[in-house]
Design a protein around this ligand. Sequence first.
Ligand code: F6P
Length: 548
Amino acid sequence: MKANLTKDWLALEMHAERLKAQHLRELFANDPERFQSLAFSLDDLLIDFSKEKIDSFALNALVQLAADAQVEARRDAMVQGEKINSTENRAVLHMALRDGIPAGVTVDGQDVLADVEAVRERFLEFAEAVRTGAYKTVSGQTFTDVVNIGIGGSDLGPVMVTASLAPWHDGPRLHFVSNVDGAHIVDTLTPLNPATTLVIVASKTFTTAETMLNFSTALAWLKLALGEQAGQHVAAVSTNLATTRTYGIDDTRVFGFWDWVGGRYSVWSAIGLPVAIALGKQAFTEFLAGAKAMDEHFRSAPLSSNLPVLFALIGIWRRNFLKYPTVALIPYDQHLARFPAYVQQLDMESNGKRVQLDGTPIQESTGAVIWGEPGTNAQHSFFQLIHQGSDVIPVDFLAAANPSSQSVFGDVQHHHETLLTNVLAQAQALAFGRNAEAVRADMQAAGLAAEQIEQLVPHRTFPGDRPSTSIIYRQLTPNTLGRLVALFEHKVFVQGVIWGVNSYDQWGVELGKKLATALAPALRERTVPADVDASTAGLLKHIHALRA
Ligand code: F6P
């Protein structure tokens, strides 16, 4: 931690000691205005922090920490295109992809917004051509299916956005292949017809082993059916245009982006091509507009009412002062089923770091482990542990006031009311619990025998005092999803600034790639390298013996 933050840190530790001693029940009883002072909104999007173990005094101290950590100056440096990704010497300008930065920003002499606009027009035009059938298969048909091949940021964003906006999906069917496990591509391609399938290969670097292998398999599949014309069923998205050419992919179907877009921040770029094909230009543009609205708020609102800043600070509070190592992200929104997986990469690849920008070790804990599943399903699997387990796990709930699916055969409103009652009830149960007296009274009213009651009381008691944040919005539209994703992106940025890490590199994924490459001959030739450790040698021998 930077020296100038020590005072803020010490003050926050004192607030934490004070607040740890007070149950959320007491905090609510002592302050009837708690919701008014701890819930914040931007239009219909409301974030309620009142069920966190926090009060206005501690929140103000957190805001002071953000101010002293120079969050605003770092944000402005990012927006102006400074190369804040110092270990890769790159600017960080994903906000430009949705016009969320002011005009005139340049990187290495290039006008960023002009470049963005030019590529966006091209890929949205291509998406419309695929949707309308203006761009046809080799036999003159309209494409029925699109297979996106990519991994990490070249997969999770399009997967999550298309799933989240399923009610807007009126284009060709979409399929995603990411895993190098052959099962993924074989299972995906087998039911498809290559004569009406478009393959998009998406890779920022165009060197990622999994993607390149999956692409060569998909190309072989296309060639088997279409021969030399197979290339007409391929499009590519990459920053590495020189390499896309070596694969013979026609430049008219290659869509670029820039090294100032991190993979996990790239869904707004041409990486969103499959989304645009599935949903169309209008929905995609509304998705961008939602993110831009959040960008504008993030750039202009004071720290004390800035949603991404406050959301980040609550995360810092949980992680560094209350010492909770994980966060459960639970969307009460089936369309957001892949949102936790998306946020896992966004957050954990960005802030899973242990050294500061200057290379010195960080003394404090950084990125929390993010995990989650949609509610109400989660209630019937791991919520037992969240309610009564020995560890406290803070929860971030997401819920829409209105459903985004309509139905002709059932009452979706009734489903939605049930969903909403559950999300509200879970946050209540976590915060307030149910003490022994109340549990005892319940069982007495139900007519249980005194002895049985005493046996069951400890098992049926809920400690409560378990924090959660609820994020509530009108409806999960393209605009809302854009705002939500940008909210999480900026939260990650602010936390990275406070921890002093580079949120935009990912060196931690490199070693495994290198070791896998080194082990490739051993698998191919069924040998055991002399210099390999005893465990890996043993495992290799076992695998060799088992392989057919
Ligand atoms: O290995 C991690 C990673 O580099 C991610 O950061 C990235 O999103 C993913 O791999 C895919 O990379 P690419 O788009 O270059 O294929």
